[in-house]
Design a protein around this ligand. Structure first.
Ligand code: MG
Length: 390
């Protein structure tokens, strides 16, 4: 008799923020209800606080695994999918085969065209928890279960410089550099009056030639505009050029990738390897987000990308940090080049977890503890609101 998943608990993680993610843009944003703001530069909604969906699985031996996915908008959508469909089926399956379980749960509705979105996010949370439970039950780390035993380090890049002026942003970057971080990424919105070339000029001169400086264009350009922007930045040797055009515009992604001199980075919005496949050859860096992909699809994207000669530099979103730690360990196993470091989110919420990787001197330091290594501590549990128990 195989073990079975006996209990599924779903929670919302919520925590107020001192400052809005990506900084306060003043006129550049407007409130949408009490919980969200919309940024005009890319039309995207962001929460006013940190929020994600967290879940715990318990098997018939009493072993547990923790998972997490996006909860920025409508976290109850994932809970409803678990209650109505995914939870009852998961309880019938063998939890010792997390990747086969992902395939079985996905297959339930693939012919109806449910290939991503909230469904895949929900699968990601379950998948992370299953991999955690699987590796913990074997007494080994997630990275060991994925073929790379032992503790390790992953270079970190500082994501965002939320200063109000060019001088403040340079000072922030220099402070990070002095602490050993030689990689930074700025969003295209962090410039004075849209002068991204002037921003790069300031950063390159202030940080020196050895600093890696990337830009996240946040899907704001046409292909022609993106190529022109990349050409204007070429004298400052950008590290990579991220998400320049609309997520769905595969032709534009290929056109930009072919035309620009620096690396094109894509992938934070992908859920599965099926999102990667038609874009193979466009990007030279793939950026899977564990909160969307889970461990199973993260690895499938990374493996396909590796065969195509791309680098792996995982994305990091807003959350408690369970998916971030799963991403660090899967990234370590898949030989990631570096990992995004959300310095305004990750350390603040890592204190709510026992066992989280630390980030200092330019790298994440990943322990050899069992599973993905993280469990909400007492303070963490106080920020988790129960949504559903099956
Ligand atoms: Mg991005």
């Amino acid at each position: 008799m195989h073990k079975r998943i006996e209990k599924i608990e779903v929670f919302v993680f919520e925590r107020p923020r001192d400052a809005t993610y990506l900084g306060d843009l003043g006129e550049g944003q407007f409130a949408l209800g009490d919980s969200h703001i919309v940024r005009r530069f890319n039309g995207t909604v962001y929460p006013r606080f940190d929020r994600s969906l967290v879940l715990r699985l318990t098997d018939t031996d009493g072993a547990t695994g923790w998972g997490e996915t996006y909860g920025l908008v409508a976290p109850k959508a994932a809970a409803a999918l678990i209650e109505d469909l995914l939870g009852p089926y998961l309880m019938m399956l063998d939890p010792a085969r997390p990747d086969a379980t992902w395939d079985a749960l996905y297959e339930l509705q693939r012919v109806r065209g449910y290939w991503g979105g909230y469904l895949a996010d929900t699968l990601a949370a379950l998948d992370i928890a299953l991999w955690d439970l699987y590796s913990r039950s074997r007494g080994e780390s997630l990275q060991a279960a994925l073929g790379k035993p032992g503790a390790g380090h992953l270079p970190a890049y500082v994501s965002g410089l939320p200063g109000a002026s060019k001088a403040e942003r340079l000072e922030l970057a220099q402070n990070w550099q002095a602490r050993g971080f030689d990689k930074v990424k700025i969003p295209v919105s962090h410039s004075d009056d849209g002068d991204i070339t002037g921003e790069f000029y300031s950063l390159r001169n202030g940080l020196g030639d050895g600093q890696k400086i990337a830009v996240d264009v946040h899907w704001t350009c046409t292909a022609d505009d993106a190529i022109a922007m990349a050409n204007s930045l070429a004298p400052f040797n950008p590290w990579f050029f991220e998400a320049p055009v609309a997520s769905e515009d595969i032709a534009a992604q290929h056109a930009v990738g072919k035309a620009i001199a620096c690396a094109l980075a894509l992938g934070e919005e992908w859920r599965t390897e099926w999102d990667y496949r038609p874009r193979a050859g466009a990007a030279s860096i793939v950026q899977p987000e564990m909160g969307h992909t889970g461990v199973t699809q993260f690895l499938r994207i990374a493996e396909r990308g590796r065969k195509d000669g791309t680098q792996l530099i995982p994305h990091a979103t807003i959350g408690l940090g369970i998916f971030a730690n799963a991403s660090l360990r899967a990234g370590l196993a898949a030989q990631a080049e570096a990992h995004e470091f959300q310095h305004t989110i990750y350390p603040a919420n890592a204190v709510l977890l026992d066992g989280a990787a630390t980030c200092d001197a330019g790298a994440f330091h990943i322990p050899d503890s069992a599973g993905h290594g993280t469990i909400p501590n007492e303070d963490g549990m106080a920020h988790l609101r129960p949504l559903l128990t099956l």
